[in-house]
Design a protein around this ligand. Structure first.
Ligand SMILES: *[C@@H]1O[C@H](CO)[C@@H](O)[C@H](O)[C@H]1NC(C)=O
Length: 352
């Protein structure tokens, strides 16, 4: 199989939402998640090539540490749903998912089945910890992914996985600040694991497996916003218990390649005011956020179309860049400062 070397951008995925095919109109995850019975758990662990940790979680946790667990569970629900659908589509040779070469079919399916089971254990790890701390488990929603063939599915996986890897940096940082050191080790075990998955997705796209020397960082609210792009609005039983921020949608209309160029973005600005300047701010690798002036092209009601430089050459902006429309030029000390000034985002850009 050759999944061509696309330079892809999936931005504020909300804009891709469309009607759900009947077969996916369900809010149930496979294998009894989030509360599998002992036989189901045993089967998941066999498929995952390993087990949930049998060490107990720490006796206490900070309030913000709980939000970390909620966001991880919210994300893992979505990942489980995605890989479950993908395996279904490949196995049933749904249009666009037919892998003709027998050996490739077997290899890819074996990898994806292990990834699904491993994601199921990540989900259980987070939700079981919430239950241990006497909090509600985060329940699955109804999901619609903006993909329709194997190539777009792998492209999406290789876009949400680096976003997760960016976000888990914020999670570990927040655990550290909150004194939750007992949870930091397990999260970094997941960070490495998701990185292995990302290497596999990149190889399927004929890219080199390792994206960057230091992966792009992120902030929880950006992931929380982006993940809602996969969700049928109103279908999440207890998303309201997650006290994170949801930004306005931002779509990158012209995905950049590996050179400096202007890109066009579209976003929702309910309080649009032509006299206020806006900027497009990029988070890439572990560098200080890059701020570019945003030039408004047009606005109609709430939708604004605008243009800004993607300054690839001066910054070697490979891998994931998280773009955000900010109401300040900064300078921003870090990704959290960008989130505080964000109006719309994240726009997700991946180069090389
Ligand atoms: C599975 O295939 C259906 C039908 O084409 C599509 O709507 C759905 O997005 C696909 N899901 C994944 C994860 O590939």
């Amino acid at each position: 199989m050759r999944i061509s070397d696309l330079t892809i951008v999936l931005s504020s995925l909300a804009s891709f939402a469309m009607a759900a095919p009947a077969s996916y109109g369900k809010t149930q995850l496979p294998d009894g998640l989030p509360t599998p019975n002992p036989d189901q758990l045993k089967a998941i662990e066999l498929a995952a090539h390993g087990t949930l940790s049998n060490a107990p979680p720490p006796p206490s946790i900070s309030a913000d540490g709980i939000v970390n667990l909620q966001l991880i569970a919210f994300n893992e629900n979505s990942e489980v749903a995605f890989f479950d659908q993908l395996i279904y589509n490949i196995t049933n040779k749904v249009d666009g998912y037919h892998i003709k070469d027998e050996k490739e079919y077997t290899t890819i399916l074996a990898a994806l089945k292990a990834i699904l089971a491993q994601e199921e254990l990540h989900e259980l790890n987070a939700n079981n910890a919430l239950a241990h701390f006497m909090k509600d488990r985060i329940l699955p929603c109804e999901y619609i992914f903006p993909v329709h063939d194997l190539e777009s599915a792998i492209t999406l996986a290789s876009t949400f996985t680096p976003l997760v890897l960016a976000t888990l940096q914020d999670v570990v940082d927040i655990f550290a600040v909150g004194g939750d050191h007992g949870l930091a080790r397990g999260v970094t075990a997941v960070v490495g694991q998701e990185g292995e998955q990302q290497g596999f997705f990149r190889i399927l796209q004929d890219k080199i497996p390792s994206e960057l020397p230091f992966l792009t960082t992120g902030v929880r609210d950006f992931a929380f916003t982006a993940l809602q792009g996969f969700i049928v609005p109103g279908s999440c039983p207890n998303i309201n218990e997650i006290p994170l921020q949801t930004f306005e949608a931002l779509t990158v209309l012209t995905p950049p390649g590996p050179h400096s160029q202007d890109i066009t973005v579209q976003f929702n600005d309910p309080n649009y005011d032509a006299s206020h300047s806006l900027w497009l701010t990029y988070i890439n690798q572990q560098n200080l956020p890059i701020v570019e002036p945003l030039h408004i092209i047009s606005h109609d009601g709430k939708w604004v179309k605008a243009e800004a430089l993607f300054p690839f050459d001066a910054n070697e902006m490979n891998g994931l860049s998280i773009a955000a429309v900010t109401n300040s030029a900064g300078p921003f000390a870090n990704a959290n400062a960008v989130a505080k000034a964000t109006l719309a985002g994240p726009g997700l850009i991946i180069v090389n």
